[in-house]
Write a protein that binds this ligand. Structure first.
Ligand code: PNS
Length: 162
């Protein structure tokens, strides 16, 4: 069975991520969504919520999509899932710089690792988790960008506290 690891922060998962997973399923039998943490980003709080929300948002793909959290190096996570393929989406030239830096570092750590870089669907090329979080935290409507369960989670997270 051919497998690819799709790593990311998924904070939160968006329709752009789900579209990439859907298209990767034309290339691989199984997509393993690996939810990790970037040292540049927030601490690892809400990991279990992110896993649950990814499972809900990707539920339509059944057991061809598996969602797991991981700590430590991505290359180790990829190997522990018996594959050597990493999937990432590319939106802009800025993404390209960032992805190539990560790609080269990971290739140095494990020269057999191969990247599959798919351009994001043009419909979602402007979409980012950071902007979704920002809009939600300011009370804006994010239902066009994320699964309803994710929108509800963000509303609860940022809504009025009782
Ligand atoms: O969606 P993001 O925030 O761009 O995802 C970044 C992520 C989680 C894929 C990246 O930070 C990562 O691979 N973290 C695991 C730790 C690691 O292996 N770091 C070295 C990468 S060169």
């Amino acid at each position: 069975m051919s497998k690819v690891v799709y790593p990311g922060s998924f904070n939160p998962i968006t329709h752009g991520h789900a579209n990439l997973v859907e298209r990767a399923l034309y290339l691989f039998d199984q997509v393993i969504v690996g939810i990790g943490t970037s040292v540049d980003k927030e601490p690892d709080e809400y990991l279990s919520e992110r896993i649950d929300l990814c499972r809900l948002a990707l539920g339509e793909f059944g057991d061809r999509v598996v969602v797991k959290g991981f700590n430590g190096l991505l290359v180790n996570f990829v190997r522990s899932n018996n594959t050597r393929f990493i999937l990432r989406g590319l939106r802009t030239l800025t993404d390209y710089d960032y992805e190539f830096q990560m790609l080269e570092m990971n290739r140095h750590l494990d020269p057999e690792i191969e990247y599959v870089l798919l351009p994001t669907a043009s419909q979602w090329s402007f979409l980012s988790s950071t902007r979704v979080r920002e809009i939600a935290s300011l009370g804006g409507d994010v239902t066009a960008f994320v699964h309803p369960a994710v929108a509800a989670h963000l509303a609860k997270l940022y809504g009025p506290k009782n």
